[in-house]
Every structure is written in C-alpha cells, then in structure tokens.
Design a protein around this ligand. Structure first.
Ligand SMILES: *Cc1c(COP(=O)(O)O)cnc(C)c1O
Length: 396
C-alpha cells in the first residue's frame, strides 16, 4: 500500500502527505519556522537554481504546509496544490497569475462577494475585459465563449441561492474558447464534487470553511495540474507572498483527518432540516440541492455525490420577518461564516449581499425574506426545535 493513489479517500485524509521527522512522531509535526539552513554555500546555490529539492524560505514552501498541500491534492485527485493564507488569497493569486491586459475573463455572476469584486472591480483596472453570465444558463455561457477567453470562473452550488452550474458543459465550452476553467468548490467540499474529474482545470478553496470546519483558522488552496502550478502559479505565489502560515496548515492537516466524518454528518443534518422545512406551510421556499424540488436536482445528482451543509429558505414577510426569525433563534448563531461545527444563520440581503443593488439582488433571487442556514454538527432534533420556535416568532 505504498502507492498513495491507491488509497481510498478516508485513508488519504489520515495518511496523505505524512512525512515524519527523525523523531518518529505519531502526529504530524508543526514546523513553525520561517527559514531553513544549508550544509554549505554550494547547497544554497543549488537550492536557488532548483537543482536540489530543499526548503528555502516559508514564503515559498514549508514542511507542515507541504503536508497539508499533499493531503488535499491526494484527496482532490490533483497533481499539485498550493496553500494560501485565505480563500480570497487563493482566488486572487489563481486569477491574477494567469491574466494580462487585453485578456478576457468570463464568470458566473453568482459569485461569493469578494470573488465578484476581484472580477468586476479589479480586473478592469488592469485592462482585463470581463463578462458575467447567469451561471445556470448554458446558452449564455455558449454565447460569451463564442469569442476567445483566458479564464472562466464559477462557483457551484452558489451562495446563497444554491444554484448549480453544469461544470462539465462549461469546461467543454471554456476549452473551445481557449480558457482555463476555475471552480470555487467551497460549498460542495472536496468530498462531494470533483471539478477536475468533470473537466475543470483549477479548483480553489476557502479552507476556512469546512476544511477547518471548527471556526479557528483562515486558509485557502489552489489545485491544478503540475504544469499550471509549477510554471504559472508558483512564480506568482513565490514573489507576491499569499502563503499559508505553518501553524494554520498544521490545524488544517488535523482537520482533514475528520473532514469526511464531519461533512457526512453536516449533510445528514442539513437534509433532515431541509425536508422538515419543506413540509412547513409558513415557509415560502426551501432551497437544497438534495430536494427533488430544487430546479437542478437532476444535475445535482449527476455532478455531486452529496448535497452539502447549506440550506436556504424564504420567509413570507420580508426583512422584518427574517429579522424576527434570526433574533428568536437560541441555539443557532447569527454569523456570515459557514461550514462550521456550530450551526449558523445569516440574512444575505443585509450582510453578504448588502452592497448589491435591489435589482441585482432580485435578479439572483436574494429577496428580503431569504435566510441562509449553515447546518452544523449538533443533534438535528435540537436544531429543529430551535427553528420551529423562530418560525413562530417570524410569523409575528
Ligand atoms: C468564504 C468563501 C471565500 C473566501 O474565503 P476566505 O477564507 O474567507 O478568504 C470564497 N468563496 C466562497 C464560496 C466562500 O464561501
């Protein structure tokens, strides 16, 4: 069993990237150090020439960070992974290492707020042409990609309406247009969706979410083939410094060991709550990719092996009802974070999506009555009791 690619996911999560020191420690060591020393001047020269594979400086690479990167790459089925300080550092570096003035980027409009900012506000400042399309509309992708592009970018399921994009179809259109497809896979997690196997070229994560999953550390990751990571991404990463702290990498390494267990439990709880909510007459709409009522349930079954921890609902009564709902919850905390062991709730229209215009919000379905739940690891019956109480309060 020395060929790690033969390992099944649970084994990869516990054993991947393990590189014990001379002390033979059981658990992964934390190399909390910025620099490394050389045996002699010639070795330093060889290191900088790339002739020997040694650690040089933790901005470029670090043993604990490398363990996290190898473990995640093995799980994802990617050639290579680089860890970053945050999810946004991953998205920014993966995007900016590829584009030059005059290039063209096509993105789904349903993007995480800061990802939307990078595409809509920053890229045009640097002379990159951008176009947003409705992610669920394949004809719109086809039209936008009838002209050459450099990068295409999407998130599926999207925040907060859990819309899906057909990754395989967009990958094919992207390649015909000469673009690399980059997928933000945070909501699906590496357990439930494999964008690279569906034809995508790059996968990005906020490791802050389910990968840490316990509200401690910020982190991110970029995964892709060896050529992209080594030739395109690494020079940008090494010289601009979005590196992950070794301490955070160590936390993430230990978190990966339980990722499968946690994400399965999150999903079981979320499915139970989505079904319970759907039977409630006082809820206008429930969105969960695992429900048959989800407009893209067939696509969800085709491209995902599990449906995740986010459940979005719409209450009658707009913002006032949504606020009464949030304020009446006693167990579930109000927070814009997600993928945490603790169940969290947020009101997208006044927080994560507050900078959009009313028309933009209406366009993507984020009405004032929309509430997003990130279902945690508590007993689902306790969560249901809490939500039941809040629904009564929301009705006023
Ligand atoms: C949180 C999040 C990000 C940004 O990650 P940070 O770790 O907060 O920088 C990007 N995309 C999605 C979908 C997210 O949920």
């Amino acid at each position: 069993m020395t060929d790690r690619s033969d390992w099944r996911p649970a084994t990869r999560l516990v054993r991947g990237g393990l590189n014990r020191s001379q002390f033979r420690e059981t658990s992964e060591a934390l190399f909390l150090n910025s620099g490394f020393v050389y045996d002699d001047a010639a070795q330093a020269e060889a290191a900088f020439n790339g002739d020997v594979d040694v650690f040089i400086y933790s901005r470029y690479g670090n043993p604990t960070v490398a363990t996290f990167e190898e473990r995640l790459a093995l799980l994802e089925g990617a050639d290579a992974c680089r860890a970053t300080a945050t999810g946004m550092a991953a998205v920014f570096a993966a995007m900016l290492c590829q584009v030059s003035a005059g290039d063209r980027v096509v993105a789904a409009r349903e993007l995480f707020g800061s990802c939307h900012y990078i595409v809509s506000k920053l890229l045009p400042r640097w002379g990159v042409e951008i176009e947003f399309v409705k992610g669920t509309d394949l004809a719109a992708w086809e039209k936008a990609l009838s002209r050459p592009a450099t990068v295409t970018f999407l998130e599926s399921p999207s925040n907060p309406m859990l819309d899906l994009v057909d990754i395989a179809a967009v990958a094919e259109l992207s390649h015909k247009a000469g673009a690399r497809l980059m997928v933000d896979n945070v909501f699906a997690t590496p357990m439930f969706q494999r964008p690279l196997a569906l034809g995508a070229d790059i996968v990005v994560y906020s490791a802050t979410k389910h990968i840490d999953g316990q509200g401690r550390c910020l982190g991110g990751a970029v995964l892709g083939d060896r050529k992209f990571i080594d030739d395109v991404f690494q020079p940008f990463y090494r010289n601009t410094g979005p590196s992950m702290s070794p301490f955070n990498a160590w936390v993430m390494v230990k978190s990966l060991e339980t990722l499968e267990l946690r994400v399965e439990r999150h999903t079981r709880n979320a499915a139970r709550i989505a079904e319970w909510l759907e039977a409630r007459p006082d809820v206008l709409m429930v969105r969960y990719p695992g429900l048959e009522s989800h407009p893209q349930h067939a696509l969800a079954k085709r491209q995902m092996s599990g449906f995740g921890s986010l459940v979005t609902l719409e209450l009658p009564g707009g913002k006032a009802a949504a606020f009464r709902f949030l304020d009446a919850l006693q167990l579930i905390d109000i927070s814009n974070n997600l993928g945490d062991a603790k169940s969290l709730v947020c009101h997208p229209a006044t927080t994560t999506h507050s900078r959009l215009t009313d028309a933009e919000r209406a366009d993507i379905g984020v009405t004032p009555g929309v509430v997003r739940l990130s279902i945690g690891l508590e007993d689902p019956e306790d969560l249901i009791e809490d939500i039941d109480r809040a629904l009564l309060a929301a009705a006023g």
